[in-house]
Design a protein around this ligand. Sequence first.
Ligand code: GCO
Ligand code: MG
Length: 402
Amino acid sequence: MKIIDCQVFVSCPGRNFVTLKLTTDNGLVGWGDATLNGRELAVASYLRDHLCPLLIGREVMNTEDTWQYFYKGAYWRRGPVTMTAIGAIDVALWDLKGKALDTPVYNLLGGRSRDRLLVYTHAQGQDLDDTLTAVATAQAAGYRAIRVQSGVPGLGKIYGIGSGDAYEPVSKGVRPEEETWRTEPYLRFVPELFAAVRKEFGPDLLLLHDSHHRLTPIEAARLAQDLEPYHLFWLEDTVPAEHQASFRLIREKTVTPLAVGEVFNTLHDCQQLVSEQLIDYLRMTVSHGGGLTPMMKIAHFAEPYHVKTGCHGPSDISPIALAACLHFGTAVNNFGIQEYMGYADATEAAFSHDYSFGDGYLHVGDAPGLGIEFDEATANAQPYAPAYLPVNRLEDGTMFDW
Ligand code: GCO
Ligand code: MG
């Protein structure tokens, strides 16, 4: 079974997505997600101009060899653009394999390790009261695990607090918006926020929080300590993790579980974090981590170190990527939790899927492959328009981490 056609669609059904379509000589179609928020066209070009021509004529079943061919064969390795492009191909090939063998992808990855996947969703508000209402709404919708973000007194618009329905905040146009940040009010407010949430919702609700890479290690240690009484499920992305050893300091100081890695692309980004047991959850996601082929290896590597998976799954990766995460999470033993925010109606209209949400869990279906189809005509009627995450500066104008 050989690849005879490779097409890349850049469209905006609800938000910008890059979708890869592979067609085989026996008439099967496989789908991959190549979306990299704010850098969509770079991945589309990497695929169209460099990888698609090399895919024609390749054997679908040889996922390991094809992955190595694109990873090692390029000479230029790693990085989000490269790994997202390779990931889209790898996922589309696994989709095709499943369809050809008439079985869900998770059966090819080890079979079912669980019946359903625990998910967390987002609750966010402009202030404390608003946020408590958002948590109540998420709980009423059935979620057992909720990521809580709130506007901070004394700060303007900040990360995680969308305006209207749009999430992750995107500024349409060629130039990103700018936001202003100060760490001290944030560090003071977040423990108050979680005290209020625990008081209102009791001990059973699983609570998560995302610092979005805005702290230094010593600030992260302070926040993690201050949050200990509220028993978080995890505290996410406290510091940028290019310097993996910086997690040693945080880890020594706290028993709050730590998660990191949504911007990671390879095992090399987390090898020290995992092998020194500096984190509890790895946030690398299938589409940005080079696909199912490397992600299975990484999960197996992490398992003996007690590090669990917690795949990044915001609405800026498409339902194809989410489906790939669900098949991965169904198969690996050390699944932790899956992020899930749902999608805009326009996105749901373009991607049909056989996974479903109920009772705080995502349930993966039994359709062959990933159980997902992309409606090209619907999606392509909504053209790509440039949109970016905001950038972030300190109050004196210093460029800061987003
Ligand atoms: C999360 C993430 C997102 C990212 C977004 C970037 O934990 O879901 O932090 O909110 O900011 O995916 O494109
Ligand atoms: Mg995050």
